[in-house]
Design a protein around this ligand. Structure first.
Ligand code: BJW
Length: 235
């Protein structure tokens, strides 16, 4: 049975109103990533980092999954083989669109992680340096459950297995500038997968793909899914 592995990045959520990182006006043009997305930044100023993620968590309640998220959920429901979505995004738009077979490799905005007892909790509201851990009861030990620079992305063992067994690897809306996600195309391709990139513009790793489709995610993902379901792309 055929396996399609799909990697998504900030570009798939852009048309829902979620900011990307490296486009002009993106998050890293307004924030220094060293201050808000590294363990060192969090240790130096937890209040700043909590505020950064609290604002983004609040923004999530104002946005909806778009046609690209819905198309991938439909692919999972209707494809005769297997589909897995690996997302770098910490938003919850894939699951809200109905995707079930989903791996959040950079964590989730709506979860908190206790650095003392290592338990994770669903967390919808603001998080602060003064909250108590619901499990161990200590204060000041909760952090957003996201993967910062210098930290190991989640679920790498299962991701590696998926990439090795993929028949098709599809990358959607990612600049290919952050590792290890940027090297997934090489792993999948090296193990025989056909590779396709769907993105607004060329990424850092575009030349490594067998095929490139340029455009907005909401415009190019639904017809791509239609073609896969019609068997036109031999997924
Ligand atoms: C559209 C669109 C529309 C717009 N339609 N498209 C040298 C070599 C190798 C590694 C390193 C290195 N130097 C440093 C490293 C390590 C570092 C790294 O990669 N640094 C780079 C800057 C070089 N990586 C790490 O530290 C990672 N950990 C790690 O490597 O551990 C060791 C390890 C080794 C080997 C195996 C396994 C592990 C951890 C990385 C953590 C990234 N964290 C962040 C922030 C936290 C979460 C959050 O706050 O949200 O994750 S950074 C940020 O970038 C976020 C994203 O998930 C990630 C990727 O960004 P993404 O999704 O690609 O967004 P953009 O904005 O860059 O691109 C958007 C794209 O969409 C663009 O191309 C647009 O054109 C397109 N687009 N609108 C379609 N409508």
């Amino acid at each position: 049975m055929s396996l399609i592995v799909i990697l998504t990045g900030a570009g798939i959520s852009a048309e829902s109103g979620v900011d990307t990182f490296r486009d002009s006006g993106g998050i890293w043009s307004r924030y220094d990533f060293r201050k808000v997305a590294t363990p060192e930044g969090f240790a130096a100023n937890p209040t700043l980092v909590h505020q950064f993620y609290n604002d983004r968590r609040e923004q999530l309640s104002l946005v909806e999954p778009n046609a690209a998220h819905h198309a991938l959920a439909r692919l999972e429901r209707e494809y005769r083989g297997s589909v897995v979505v690996i997302t770098q995004n910490i938003d919850n738009l894939h699951e809200r669109a109905g995707t079930k077979n989903l791996i959040h490799m950079h964590g989730e905005l709506c979860k908190a992680l206790c650095v003392r007892c290592k338990k994770r909790f669903e967390w919808e509201g603001p998080l602060s340096a003064f909250d108590n851990c619901p499990n161990c009861g200590h204060s000041g030990c909760l952090r957003p459950d996201v993967v910062w620079f210098g930290e190991m992305p989640y679920h790498m063992d299962i991701i590696e297995k998926m990439l090795i067994h993929a028949d098709m690897f599809v990358s959607i809306g990612t600049s290919g500038s952050v590792y290890p996600a940027a090297m997934f195309v090489e792993v999948a391709s090296g193990n025989g997968a056909r590779t396709v990139e769907l993105n607004l513009e060329c990424s850092e790793v575009s030349e490594l793909f067998d095929e490139r489709i340029k455009g907005r995610a909401t415009e190019i993902v639904p017809p791509f899914v239609d073609a896969l379901l019609a068997g036109e792309l031999n997924g």
